[in-house]
Write a protein that binds this ligand. Structure first.
Ligand code: FMN
Length: 373
């Protein structure tokens, strides 16, 4: 069997394979942050399509932590009930379910990508964003600088969201500390020039992330894996580097994180050398510190993904855009790599099926048989 289709166990939780759905905003909630039929169909189709872990898009831990007004959330009990319907479906289809807990910080209250650029004003349903300082993300309104008391509240907000995630039936929680959102804003010297204990050297800038991880870990059962998504580099002089992130990964491991999901960028406008698997070396750098890692970013073919795992660069791959138009990517990968595809209802999609003992197998056999149920 390929590594890609092999199960993986983190803590007491086993994933049926190492092909995970990357978190992707759907911009499809009303302004109440409730997941709806779209999210059920979108996430459910990927569970049916064979993903080992189906991760939700960034789910805001507080209303002002949404990226756009159309984001989902996990800040109240109505959302718990709505998510439960979805996690029930994912579990019934053999997938593990994960929720990405997010606070957008100074990049909150932005337009859906097709509706505009920059900050949505209050009279259009927007709100004032918050950040480590009042420095804005270029092109956005200046955020409110968080006070000491407001910073101290953040880990508890993540923990309360994690508690709700458990109540909603999620198997896994991922803390979003990437892409220029609040926790990344604190981590990066490009967005954190605070002169109190939350700013300064890497340890001070990582404190809010580590406090958040501690608070979330404390509410999760021992058998629930905790993931953290990071942006390994800011791709900018003076910003976070892969070496910094390797140090942070070591701290995350000591604080009970089970896997680091390694992305890059998003905190400042930067020129990024995008190409096939361009973020994979950062996943390796993290993995070399002794913690499991996930590789993401332009991993598009099953053989490419298998190579990432077989060369020891990461423990899992996450797919974003390739999964949008190909929700059954894992089933297709299994076919291409010669593994079994276990989904009964899609049995006839695989060429390895044996129609009758001793008869030709695969597509040829189906056509030879000439009859379809
Ligand atoms: C439409 C869309 C929405 C995204 N939303 C999120 C998100 O909510 N959280 C996150 O961490 N990354 C998000 N991403 C980034 C993806 O998770 C992934 O890291 C990125 O697309 C690169 O992987 P890919 O080349 O497989 O698409 C989003 C990407 C896309 C295309």
């Amino acid at each position: 069997m390929s590594l890609l289709l092999s199960p993986l166990t983190l803590r007491g939780t086993t994933f049926r394979n190492r092909i995970w759905l990357a978190p992707m905003c759907q911009y499809s909630a009303a302004d109440d942050g409730l997941p709806n039929d779209w999210h059920l169909a979108h996430l459910g189709a990927r569970a049916v399509g064979g993903f080992g872990l189906v991760l939700t898009e960034a789910a805001a831990i507080v209303p002002e932590g949404r990226i756009s007004p159309q984001d989902v959330g996990i800040w109240n009990d109505d959302q718990v009930a709505a998510w439960h319907r979805i996690t029930d479906f994912l579990r019934a289809r053999g997938a593990r379910s994960g929720i990405q807990l997010a606070h957008a910080g100074r990049k909150a209250s932005t337009y859906r990508f097709d509706e505009g650029r920059g900050t949505v004003p209050a009279d259009q349903g927007g709100w004032t964003a918050v950040g480590p300082t009042a420095d804005p993300f270029a092109g956005y309104d200046a955020p409110h600088q968080l006070s000491e008391a407001e910073i101290l509240a953040v880990p508890g907000q993540f923990a309360a969201a994690a508690r709700r995630a458990l109540a909603a039936g999620f198997d896994v929680v991922e803390v979003h500390a990437a892409h220029g959102y609040l926790l990344h804003q604190f981590l990066s010297p490009l967005s954190n020039s605070r002169t109190d204990r939350w700013g300064g050297d890497l340890a001070a800038r990582a404190q809010l992330l580590l406090d958040t991880v501690d608070a979330v870990r404390a509410v999760l059962p021992d058998t629930s894996p905790l993931l953290v998504r990071v942006s390994a580099t800011d791709w900018t002089d003076g910003g976070l580097t892969g070496e910094d992130t390797a140090v942070v990964a070591g701290w995350l491991r000591e604080h009970g994180v089970d896997l680091v999901d390694v992305s890059t960028g998003g905190n400042v406008h930067a020129s990024i050398p995008v190409g096939p698997g361009y973020q994979v070396p950062f996943a390796r750098q993290v993995r070399d510190t002794g913690i499991a890692s996930g590789a993401v970013g332009l991993i598009t073919t099953p053989h490419q993904a298998e190579k990432v795992l077989s060369e020891g660069e990461a423990d899992v791959v996450l797919l974003g855009r390739p999964a949008l138009f190909d929700p059954s990517w894992p089933l297709r990968a299994a076919r291409e790599l010669g593994d079994d595809t276990p989904t009964l209802a899609y049995h006839w999609g695989t060429p390895q099926v044996e129609v009758l003992p001793g008869q030709p197998t695969g597509w040829a056999a189906q056509y030879a048989r000439g009859s379809w149920d």
